[in-house]
Design a protein around this ligand. Structure first.
Ligand code: DHE
Length: 517
């Protein structure tokens, strides 16, 4: 089943692309696609053995990179070079067409999701880990260079396993509450379940066609998958990756929206969703006793009284769009950054209303914000994506405590309860090889590390006890550098293929204050 894309944005983009490519060139590109690409990437460009080739995915490849990959292929993947089959103009036209929006928006309903599911026949559940490491100090390293994950013993830093993931993993993998299983999501909507005890994949399912991130329910039973394409939230059973429900995202006024991100709010037994295209924030309850409707000013729960509906939805209208957000420790307050990158707002989930404005310019990346106790209050720090600043906000008064000047826009931050420091990277610009270490008390930068001059150095994760910090050299022939978190001296370097995020089981399942959730 397909449905016409109706959004103005898609039409405008389509018109622009059509103006750039003549109709003859467009037809040629489609025919070249059918001849050379469709067998791997699917007749509809939505992926097959190869990833989806749609603007939602390709816009991340800037400038001529799409054409370069068609011409030269992609190392460490099955993507061959086509420079011998297609001339430069054909490649240009094909790249242009691939970046144009799909003419019809595909549905991806429960039956499609279930049909995509594979459970590994040779997977057997076992009673104890096949290794003798501390199960709580296992750390996963996502290696985006060749789409693998390395499983590290957090004490010895020995690699216990290295397994293949779906193409282009994004966002933090989510662990089951006992730390035994991990769920990993790719931008093409694939969700992989892996058993860390058995060092074996359990199965995979395509929960969406273009997805943002996943969240695990507090009871470990459900996995929520936030999708851009289609406009939906998919709820999976963590046991066997079967579909529990697909929720179509339509605002209170009936307007469709992409889901920017989904997070779990354990004390509320709910998932909370940031919506990209409508000024609403949604709460989807998975617990046995969702709150009754009519509690607050703008509070509406759908479906609750039409049970059996196991996932009632609450829609809260917000004064502005909330592209991404951050919870306080009680999970009552949501701090959201506005879509235009100017400022933000605090929404009280209990009363369903905005209670404060935030002074947050520079497009803060709230998804990677962290908190810590400072004096008699709790502060939250977030990097800015468009300027060299880390904003620190008091979570009681919502005032900005400090704007720390850094050597460029950053992406990720991390700390640990046992560390006096916060680590903040510089991801963009000439100083992308810099990692700042900030004192949690004084909010001053106390050390600026430059372990691999000229290379991107980013993202930090701590070991369970906070004694070591793991930093990525985010390059194809990269490495994970292990630092002594006290002396800030390099301890070891493990070669890795473009390592991106690193995730320690203990820090994640205990919601360590120094980690993003
Ligand atoms: Fe991410 C996490 C959004 C681009 C690597 N990123 C997240 C989260 C969100 C988000 C909402 C938190 C989800 C979670 O962990 O459950 N990211 C966005 C964007 O909106 C943005 C700016 C544009 C986009 O293309 O989607 C974006 N992100 C990137 C990248 O270009 C990165 C650097 C490379 C990549 O692999 O795509 C990137 N994002 C990451 C990583 C995390 C992440 C490694 C998990 C961090 C963590 O420690 O939890």
């Amino acid at each position: 089943m397909i449905r016409r894309i109706s959004s103005f944005r898609a039409r405008t983009l389509g018109t622009l692309c059509a103006l750039l490519l003549t109709s003859a060139a467009w037809a040629d590109a489609q025919s070249d696609y059918a001849d050379h690409c469709a067998s791997c990437h699917g007749d509809t460009r939505l992926g097959g053995v190869g990833p989806a080739l749609i603007p939602e995915t390709l816009k991340r490849m800037r400038g001529p990179r799409v054409a370069a990959v068609i011409a030269e292929g992609r190392t460490a993947t099955q993507m061959p070079a086509f420079a011998h089959n297609l001339n430069a103009l054909q490649i240009e036209e094909l790249a242009g067409w691939l970046k144009s929006p799909l003419e019809t928006a595909p549905d991806w309903a429960e039956a499609d999701i279930m049909a995509s599911r594979t459970l590994d026949a040779d997977y057997v559940e076992i009673d104890a880990p096949v290794w003798s490491s501390d199960p709580m100090n296992i750390t996963l390293v996502v290696e985006t260079g060749d789409h693998n994950v390395s499983v590290l013993d957090g004490d010895t830093f020995e690699v216990l396993d290295r397994f293949e993931t779906p193409f282009a993993v994004h966002g933090g993998p989510k662990f089951s509450p006992d730390g035994r299983y991990v769920f990993i999501m790719s931008r093409d909507g694939w969700v992989q379940k892996y058993d860390i005890w058995a060092l074996q994949q359990v199965g995979r399912v395509r929960a969406g066609l273009n997805s943002r991130n996943i969240a695990m329910s507090g009871d470990g039973k459900w996995l929520a998958v936030a999708n851009y394409l289609p406009n939906s939230l998919t709820l999976l059973s963590t046991r066997d990756l079967s579909v529990a429900k697909v929720i179509e995202i339509k605002s209170r006024k009936g307007n469709p929206s992409r889901v920017s991100a989904v997070y779990q709010a354990p004390p509320r037994e709910s998932f909370v969703l940031a919506l990209k295209d409508v000024p609403e924030i949604w709460e989807v309850f998975y617990g046995a006793n969702p709150p009754q409707s009519g509690l607050g000013h703008d509070f509406r729960i759908e479906g609750q009284f039409k049970n059996p509906n196991p996932f009632p939805v609450r829609k809260i209208t917000t004064p502005d769009y909330l592209d991404d957000f951050f919870f306080d420790q009680t999970y009552e307050y949501v701090m959201g950054a506005s879509r235009d990158g100017n400022g933000g707002q605090v929404i009280d989930l209990v009363i369903g209303q905005k209670v404060a404005d935030l002074d947050l310019p520079g497009m803060p990346h709230l998804g990677s914000g962290i908190t810590w106790r400072r004096g008699d209050t709790t502060v939250m720090a977030t990097p800015h994506l468009t300027d060299g600043t880390v904003s620190v906000i008091d979570m009681e008064t919502w005032e900005t405590v400090k704007r720390i000047k850094t050597e460029g826009p950053g992406f990720f931050m991390r700390s640990h309860e046992n560390s006096p420091y916060v680590w903040a990277d510089v991801f963009f610009g000439p100083n992308k090889d810099v990692m700042h270490v900030i004192d949690k008390k004084t909010l001053e930068i106390v050390r600026t590390l430059r372990p691999a001059p000229g290379k991107t150095v980013a993202h930090v994760e701590f070991t369970k006890d906070g004694s070591h910090a793991l930093v990525s050299i985010w390059e194809d022939d990269g490495a994970v550098i292990i630092y002594d978190a006290k002396t800030l001296e390099e301890f070891r370097r493990l070669p890795m293929r473009k390592p991106s995020g690193k995730y320690n089981v203990w820090n994640k399942i205990t919601f360590s204050e120094g980690t993003s959730h």
